[in-house]
Every structure is written in structure tokens, then in C-alpha cells.
Design a protein around this ligand. Structure first.
Ligand code: 4NP
Length: 156
């Protein structure tokens, strides 16, 4: 069993979408029983909330249901997940700082999700929260590309 955690800032736009996109790919490739998938935010402002309605609508148009409720990243995540995939450089350094705190008990391999991209030439998933609808579509395109690469790399 591989345990995969997607992390962004608020856990209401990018990481719940990444979780949904990855779960959708797992379903299509019948690999779901080999993975545990979750998402979390480095910030706690939106804890308990569903994913942003604009992101849910954009995902739904692609047949992807976003069911997760926002939660904040915690120290135990570093000892619970094998892979932690971050959306931007700020998430990455926050997760790395928490891994330092966890010390030797941290088992997670921490990487930018877009290190698994192939079609796009970007290293960070932009936060679509304050932009227009096209930002959500762009995020889903990026996530689709990188999540496919991630699945290929992990499901060997
Ligand atoms: P996310 O986007 O990190 O992709 O979930 C955000 C949504 C809301 C806020 C920050 C990021 N916020 O500060 O309210």
C-alpha cells in the first residue's frame, strides 16, 4: 500500500483537486486498492470546509467529484505518508520544516507535484483562488499532467 498526501496552502483549491484527479486516475487504471490518498493545507483558515465551489464545478465538468473537507497538515502526516506532493515553493519549504521537526520519524518523500509533469513547463501550481474561471481549468490541466506522471512513477 502506498500512502500519498497532496499539500497546498488552504486545502480548498489545489490539493483537494490534486487528490480528486489522482483518485480519478486510480479508478480508471484499477489501481485504487494499492493507494491511500489524502490532502491537507499548511494553513488552518478553511478547516472543515468543502473544496471551493468554482474548483468543484470545474472538476465536475471533467467527471471528477471532489469530496474532501479541508484539514491542516500535522506533524503525524510526516510519519503516516510515504509521499507528500506540494503545489508551490512555499508549501515545499513548510513541509520540509515540519519534516525537520519530526526528525528521524519522518518517512515521507517530499517533492513538488510538478516534478512529475511532462506536457507543461512550470514548477509550481498557481493559486487560482483570486483569479477567474480559466485559472481553475489551467490548474486542472496541470494536475492531470503531473498526476499521470506520478501514478506512472509510483505504480510499478
Ligand atoms: P489553495 O488556495 O492553497 O489552493 O487551497 C487557497 C485558498 C484560500 C486561501 C489561500 C489559498 N486563503 O488564504 O484564504
Amino acid at each position: 500500500m502506498k500512502r500519498v498526501l497532496f499539500v497546498c496552502l488552504g486545502n480548498i483549491c489545489r490539493s483537494p483537486a490534486a487528490e480528486g484527479v489522482f483518485l480519478h486516475l486510480l479508478e480508471q487504471s484499477q489501481a485504487g486498492e494499492r493507494f491511500v490518498v489524502d490532502s491537507a493545507g499548511t494553513g488552518g483558515w478553511h478547516v472543515g470546509k468543502a473544496a471551493d465551489a468554482r474548483m468543484r464545478a470545474a472538476a465536475s465538468r471533467r467527471g471528477i467529484h471532489l469530496a474532501s473537507k479541508a484539514r491542516q497538515l500535522e506533524l503525524a502526516d510526516l510519519t503516516r505518508f510515504d509521499h507528500i506532493l506540494t503545489m508551490d515553493a512555499s508549501n515545499l519549504s513548510q513541509v520540509q520544516a515540519l519534516a525537520q521537526e519530526a526528525g528521524g520519524s519522518s518517512i515521507a518523500r517530499i517533492e513538488p507535484l510538478l516534478s512529475y509533469r511532462s506536457r507543461f513547463d512550470l514548477s509550481e501550481v498557481p493559486d487560482p483562488y483570486y483569479g477567474g474561471d480559466e485559472g481553475f481549468e489551467h490548474v486542472l490541466d496541470l494536475l492531470d499532467d503531473a498526476c499521470a506522471g506520478l501514478l506512472q512513477a509510483l505504480d510499478v
